[in-house]
Ligand binder design. Structure first.
Ligand SMILES: C[S@@+](CC[C@H](N)C(=O)[O-])C[C@H]1O[C@@H](n2cnc3c(N)ncnc32)[C@H](O)[C@@H]1O
Length: 244
């Protein structure tokens, strides 16, 4: 599965003609990369097996199947955090390859701990920008499912353009799904939930699997972010939109 076309530089690597870093609109903030001792030990133990180094994404002919050592239907998770949903959902789907994107390295080390605990072998984690990778590396019609749980809400008006779910990216994401493949989302931010529905209702390649919001996806484990939202009294909204 390779996307053979010229691609622009990954975020954080593009330079202007006079050598300055290009200012980019990103869906994440750069959090510290400092790991606890336990995280650092886990990283050393597992990263060669489960992490796809950033520079591999720059290689021509990148093929995600090569990194799993097998061809299998592909599921992508964007913003896997500490891997709570990743480990549980991947364990229930051993016949799928699960590619989790998370730019925060300590979160990836935490994810490795959870993968070890659940005994799964079908997950690989990437720390490059998922928005860039979805557009430039993953071919159309290649995903069986896409998961985005509790994406950064960017509540301030001036930051809204950093939200993941907006028209341009929704079109890319929809086109990467196979017909029948679903994009499952959850958020604890009511106004973002409304934006998601507006954007995804307007995306011609998608249809809402439910007439309105989806019932809570029972397989989705309760994560730290969901608990935080519940504690703050925010309603949790699940959505499921599928490629038509
Ligand atoms: C609010 S957290 C939610 C984590 C997890 N899904 C959960 O439910 O606990 C969102 C995560 O998405 C990651 N993220 C946001 N945009 C991303 C992108 N474009 N590529 C990779 N990771 C991204 C952030 O680093 C952050 O850890």
């Amino acid at each position: 599965m390779s996307a053979q076309r010229a691609r622009p530089a990954r975020p954080h690597t593009a330079l202007t003609d006079d050598g300055r870093r290009v200012r980019e609109v990103l869906t994440y903030s750069r959090r510290g990369a400092r790991m606890s001792d336990r995280q650092a030990q886990t990283w050393v133990r597992r990263h060669q097996e489960w992490w796809i180094p950033d520079d591999r994404f720059d290689w021509p002919g990148f093929d995600v199947g090569d990194h799993f050592g097998r061809e299998a239907p592909l599921i992508v998770e964007i913003g896997s955090g500490i891997g709570e949903a990743t480990a549980a959902l991947a364990a229930a789907r051993p016949s799928y390859n699960v590619l989790a994107f998370e730019v925060w390295r300590p979160g990836i080390a935490e994810t490795f701990l959870r993968l070890e605990a659940s005994g799964v072998q079908n997950v690989r984690v990437a720390s490059v920008d998922a928005v860039w990778a979805m557009e430039h590396l993953l071919p159309e019609d290649s995903l069986s499912e896409l998961w985005t749980f509790f994406p950064d809400p960017w509540p301030k008006q001036r930051h809204r353009r950093r939200r993941l779910v907006q028209p341009g990216f929704a079109g890319v994401a929809a086109s990467r799904l196979r017909v029948g493949g679903c994009w499952r989302l959850a958020t604890d931010w009511p106004e973002y939930a409304e934006q998601m529905r507006r954007v995804l209702d307007a995306e011609p390649l998608l249809h809402n699997l439910h007439r309105s919001v989806a019932p809570r996806w029972t397989e989705r484990p309760l994560t730290r972010f969901e608990r935080r939202g519940v504690r703050a009294g925010r309603p949790i909204v699940d959505l499921a939109y599928c490629r038509q």
